[in-house]
Design a protein around this ligand. Structure first.
Ligand code: TXA
Ligand code: MG
Length: 320
């Protein structure tokens, strides 16, 4: 029997009973539990097989709840919250003492956001606690952007996926922390750097990739298909080097013809980076199901959401 349902009151009841429910957001589906329930949070970590040193994002219903979660709000954090919430931007700020250590992995900061999805906002408004929600995928694998993706992963582990349709943004929130009063990007995501800079001025990026740009082995393997995947800015060339293989292609805007190509997805024929982001993970899920020997993925132009998509593709192609 399917665990997918649109019944918000059932999700409320399960969450109040310290159970875990997968919820839709505008970015990806999350695996949600009451931040104050040790039982629920333990279940989130166990279901995902996520290491305990990796902290969770707290989801709240509105910016008005922020002072319950964090003890200090720098001026630029306030500007960002006002500009982008509800939306795909997460702020990492000093935590209030009531936030449990399991949520923050013992850190004195907490990650928090107001998601922009009508069903999950309605759900949060009916609960008297915030929800911790990491992406609803086993640790390291491709994030889910439909209720079906979550069911395929966790049908035997959780009782319910709250169905909110396909996620409109399609990649995770952009994460911003602070060094003193200065904002720093910790994770590229669905809010483009250019949009952030229009609100707070030039911002530094400390994505892990930037620390070791030429050492792919240093990257954390994440968002990864189980099929071997390579990244290129020249699809034809990559195919020529692998003609004996059954190849799947993930192209940005223009498809490619070659007899070795068994399956192909074009993310946006109009070169729209938002359309490409919204289709990215579903494309990887589909490609991974085709019994391919190799996926050849094309890098996007490195601007706007192209930067965030390239970041995900780089992590997806780190060898295990
Ligand atoms: O779009 C999203 O952000 C989705 C949806 C479900 O909201 N959630 C998500 O969660 O991507 P997750 O757990 O897959 O990624 C959360 C990231 C992790 O890389 C974690 O290390 C970072 O947030 N994080 C959480 N708390 C932090 C903290 N206090 N300091 C630095 N990084 C933190
Ligand atoms: Mg994740």
């Amino acid at each position: 029997m399917s665990i997918i349902s649109t019944d918000i009151s059932k999700a409320v009841a399960l969450l109040q009973a310290e159970d875990v429910v997968a919820i839709p957001t505008e970015t990806v589906y999350g695996l949600a539990g009451n931040i104050f329930s040790e039982k629920a949070i333990k279940c989130v970590f166990e279901t995902k097989q996520r290491p305990f040193f990796n902290p969770l994002i707290v989801h709240i219903a509105s910016v008005a709840q922020l002072p319950n979660i964090v003890s200090y709000i720098p001026e630029k954090a306030r500007l960002l919250a006002d500009a982008f919430w509800p939306g795909p931007l997460t702020l990492v700020l000093p935590k209030q003492s009531i936030i449990p250590d399991v949520i923050t992995a013992g850190k004195d900061t907490v990650a928090v956001r107001v998601p922009n999805h009508p069903i999950t906002l309605k759900l949060l408004q009916q609960l008297d606690f915030p929800l911790a929600a990491p992406s609803a995928n086993p640790f390291g694998s491709i994030s889910p952007t439909t209720a079906q993706h979550v069911e395929d992963y966790f049908k035997h582990h959780i009782k319910m996926v709250l169905d909110g349709g396909a996620c409109q943004r399609g990649i995770e929130s952009t994460i911003i922390g602070f060094e003193g009063e200065a904002p720093i990007i910790y994770r590229l995501g669905s809010t483009a750097i250019e949009a952030i800079e229009r609100v707070v001025g030039t911002i530094e990026i400390k994505n892990k990739e930037d620390i070791a740009p030429n050492a792919p082995g240093m990257l954390e393997r994440h968002y990864a298909p189980s099929t071997q995947t390579i990244l290129t800015d020249n699809i034809s060339e990559a195919i020529k080097n692998n003609t004996e293989k059954r190849i799947g292609v993930l192209a940005f805007s223009t498809g490619c013809h070659h007899e070795s190509i068994a399956f192909q997805i074009v993310l946006s024929q109009t070169k729209n980076d938002q359309e490409a982001a919204s289709k990215l993970y579903d494309a990887l899920h589909q490609l991974d199901k085709q019994n391919l020997d190799l996926i050849v993925a094309e890098l996007l132009p490195d601007v706007g959401l192209g930067k965030s998509i390239n970041d995900r593709l780089r992590r997806a192609t780190v060898q295990p």
